[in-house]
Design a protein. Structure first.
Lengths: 293, 293
DNA sequence: CGCGAGCTTGATCGGAGTCAAGTGTGGTGG
DNA sequence: CCACCACACTTGACTCCGATCAAGCTCGCG
């Protein structure tokens, strides 16, 4: 299960990749790349030589860090996709989030010195590694880098809220809709198509992420397809009706009105509209709403 | 709904509060207090005079910041309890977390310049407010403060994972058990009793936090009482069987074995043991577990 | 080609959402 | 001090969604 195909490739600097396992790294270049990745200006690149920014490459399925492992570094995803997860005693794996390019990993370890969660690559991937000690004094060495990293941390926190948003939905189809929309947003932020993309994770991981059984993931996806909102082929997903999807995602209650009934009976286009309107115009007084402020 | 009882008291420096017990207090002392609260050493207190750390007091139910509000400051809870939440179009309120003494609030706003979530005081409370701009250059002015704040951010991230942990549980009683345990931990960290405490939030907020209906919160709490794990009187909670509670909280699947049946039939003590053992020793092969690494 | 993992589909049943009353409980004002 | 009200909380009944168990199916890979 946890095979390490080529252990010697797990940690190495970029120079090391090019020239051999023991090469010295031109850290400055890495630091500049990292700043660029994080979207900050690179006006201040002096003093980065001793930043010790290294690159680590991982194969699909490889572990970036284990749960409970001592935290040496923070990571910024350079390529590929990761899943963060924790494992229960009985082996149940709770997926806490998926991370892609420019996402920060491992920061939740800073406060305890060890990683509270594990992280694994879902495909061949690579990350920048920044030693925690370096991060702490980052502001003095490179304010722009510090600024960028701080932003990344904040973004991480925000993404965690998104996860809650997904799990908060009561109906399985709504969870799925929200998940697809979140993934779509991420794709857009990465400059890729927001309407056609490939899910990098298996159904089981999605299930854990959404808090449903993996059979339910299949059924929910199927439902969205039947309603003409999506087209799904394996892990390839295309959004056919963006507004309809968003309307569905807005539902906060279990019963998704008559959507399922009407849509299941009819077929495609006109049905889509009914889904849209039904999901959008639900003036139900929202008994569950608490405006206690 | 959003009444501001005394607008002039909402934001003030401690100096403004000079009428308080200790008389006039310069900002530097605020910074020192804040560092102390965050648990850092206060070896470097110079250069804190222009830190602009202010104190804001809130009444029960008052909003610290609204969803979408421009982010001026970060906040560290000095006293009281807060809830972070986002509001859906239909008025449904999703509670993202509860925060207490020394918790950091508002950091998820840094990456966008405005608060993605709202925050309200659940009781009379007060916070330290640190301007975002100050935070960015904090390391140069006060490394120890910077260190402490960074730790706080990391802790915030960790707490968000805890929330996922709560919502990930399938059975309602398990969610409740995990929630109670988390709250117990917080109480302990604050130096208060981990076995007896008062929930500061209403059932409805708990429900939103756990991702269940508020009626289910009542029923779940009741179930824990019936099983002899807890005693509940209004918002006062006492943990009667800590290990049993933890055993229950470990369940990852819907069916909590015969706990409910056996416990509902019998009464208290011996039942507790059966709950304990039943919850602990469940060697079921965990079909849902994915050890895909 | 065959194996295995991932994925889909079907059948069943129990838990929890929903609706609907009731029962405190705290705050306000007469 | 009590009446009153709004709100928080509890309890019951009913229905239905989704977890669970159980086969098949598909795809990728050795």
């Amino acid at each position: 299960m946890h095979e390490h195909h080529e252990p010697n490739t797990s940690v190495r600097t970029l120079r090391a990749v090019a020239c051999g396992p023991k090469g010295v790294t031109p850290d400055g270049d890495h630091a500049a790349d990292l700043i660029r990745l994080l979207g900050a200006s690179e006006t201040e690149l002096h003093g980065l030589d001793n930043m010790s920014v290294t690159v680590r490459r991982l194969r699909s399925g490889e572990i970036l860090y284990h749960e409970g492992a001592v935290a040496h570094s923070l990571y910024v995803v350079r390529a590929g996709t990761f899943k963060s997860f924790s494992t229960a005693e009985d082996g149940y794996e709770q997926v806490l989030g998926f991370s892609g390019r420019s996402d920060l990993l491992g920061f939740d370890a800073v406060c305890m010195g060890q990683h509270p969660t594990a992280c694994a690559a879902l495909e061949d991937a690579s990350v920048y590694a920044v030693p925690v000690s370096k991060f702490m004094t980052l502001d003095r060495q490179s304010p722009s880098m510090h600024r960028a990293m701080t932003m990344a941390v904040s973004r991480t926190l925000r993404q965690r809220s998104d996860l809650v948003d997904v799990m908060a939905a009561v109906a399985a189809e709504v969870r799925m809709a929200r998940f697809i929309l979140q993934w779509s947003n991420r794709m857009r932020e990465c400059g890729q198509s927001a309407l056609r993309f490939r899910l990098r994770m298996c159904r089981r991981d999605i299930a854990s992420h959404l808090g449903v059984a993996h059979e339910t993931v299949s059924r929910s996806l199927n439902a969205l397809v039947r309603w003409g909102l999506l087209s799904v082929a394996n892990r390839e997903v295309a959004i056919l009706n963006f507004d309809g999807l968003r309307a569905l995602a807005r539902n906060t209650r279990r019963h998704v009105d008559e959507i399922s009934g009407a849509a299941a009976a009819g077929s495609s286009e006109t049905v889509v509209n009914s889904v849209f309107s039904a999901a959008v115009s639900r003036p139900r007084p929202a008994a569950e709403a608490s405006a206690q402020g």
